[in-house]
Design a protein around this ligand. Structure first.
Ligand code: V47
Length: 361
């Protein structure tokens, strides 16, 4: 019988239950395997970008138990930004060096369909060089249902009006029972995947997240990763055109100001094992991002020794995870990020949104 790690490294098609045995291995055995893959691909480089998160509104038609960002009883501060406000934030950030705006909103029932397209058009017109990463598959699904467009049409309209890539949000956990409990009413797992696959078929890139550390099992995490791996390899089989997942981002659950009660949180070892397993199983997804906003800067740096190769970016203003207790509200300066990456023994590489290198420090 082949050992489970060997099977994972060979890309064998085992079940989530079988692969969940990877968690029983010693942390450093998994870490070494993940680090060899990471070093072969990127040596000691750690990627980051200069980006700006913009969240146009927190008024939401859906209720996800884990969300502390949307306006509700525990966060009674609804807001809606205008196109002018969004544009001036983008202009200010571009002046400060941002190369990407990451625009993700709540499912606001007040905005029109045209409103979204206008946001993208106006930003592109004013800042043609700025990369627009916008709308999660959950928002695409919301727009499809609200305006009866068909998700394909929503995605085509996004592409035509200036959206360059899609962020990985809204994936949460694909396992149906957990998904139903934590975010009933949100985009279904199969639709989340269909939306990304169609986006990829347009030759476009996106990311994929996984919200973990709440009520999901180890097997649910592995199942989530395997579904992403399969979606990516299906794309590779049908056509070799550009388009696919760029990065996998395991988002660690933050517990404050929300309605998802969790009795046991993952240990540092469990978190690092999850990142290492992601690197080992997702051989066809180029990057594993240790998102400093949910892991904290220190663990995100340690994760660079366990398979991760990216930290995300400067962010400037972070509203989703910080609403739930993360220490990420004010982003991080470029100098500090570079200093921290170097101090951890890695080479800071500034990248654009598609992972082209723009500076080595
Ligand atoms: O989908 C919400 C998550 C996501 C909490 O693509 C929470 O480059 C932890 O997707 N604890 C949105 N997470 C953010 C996101 C993202 C972030 C950074 C980079 C990229 C990328 C994507 O935030 C949601 C949800 O899973 N989230 N509440 C919470 N309490």
């Amino acid at each position: 019988m082949k050992d489970i790690l060997e099977s994972a490294l060979c890309g064998d098609e085992l079940s989530a239950q079988e692969f969940s045995k990877l968690y029983e291995l010693d942390l450093f055995v998994l870490g070494d395997a993940a680090d060899s893959i990471r070093q072969e691909k990127y040596q000691k480089k750690t990627f980051f970008n200069i980006n700006r998160h913009i969240n146009p509104s927190n008024i939401c038609a859906d209720i996800c138990k884990f969300c502390a960002f949307s306006a509700h009883r525990k966060n009674p501060n609804p807001y809606e930004m205008s196109i002018d406000e969004i544009l001036s934030q983008a202009i200010q950030s571009a002046k400060n060096g941002a190369k990407e705006v990451h625009i993700v909103s709540s499912h606001n029932p007040n905005y029109t369909y045209e409103w979204y397209l206008n946001v993208f058009r106006e930003i592109k017109k004013a800042l043609p060089e700025l990369h627009i990463k916008a709308l999660t598959a959950a928002e695409v699904d919301f727009l499809d249902r609200k305006f009866n467009k068909g998700f394909e049409r929503v995605l085509e309209d996004m592409a035509e009006n200036g959206v360059d890539s899609m962020p990985g949000g809204g994936a949460e956990i694909f396992a149906p029972k957990v998904r139903e409990y934590i975010c009933k009413g949100k985009v279904k797992a199969h639709r989340w995947l269909e939306i990304h696959k169609y986006w990829h078929s347009l030759g476009k890139m996106s990311n994929a997240t996984m919200l973990f550390g709440h009520i999901e099992s180890r097997e649910d995490r592995i199942d989530h990763m395997l579904q992403l791996r399969d979606a990516q390899s299906e794309k590779e089989k049908v056509d070799s055109k550009k388009g696919g997942f760029n990065a996998f981002i395991p988002l660690l659950y933050q517990k404050q100001n929300n309605y998802l009660k969790v009795s046991e949180f993952p240990s540092g070892q469990e978190i690092l094992k999850t990142i290492a397993i992601a690197r080992i199983l997702l051989h066809n997804i180029p990057h594993i991002k240790a998102y400093w906003a949910t892991l904290g800067l220190n663990l995100a740096l340690v994760a660079q020794e366990f398979g991760a190769d990216d930290m995300d970016g400067t962010i400037e203003v972070e509203s989703i995870q910080s609403a739930a207790g993360a220490k990420s509200r004010h982003g991080i300066s470029k100098d500090e990020l570079i200093y921290q990456i170097k101090d951890a023994g890695f080479i800071p590489v500034e990248r654009d949104s598609l992972y082209n290198e723009c500076g080595v420090y």
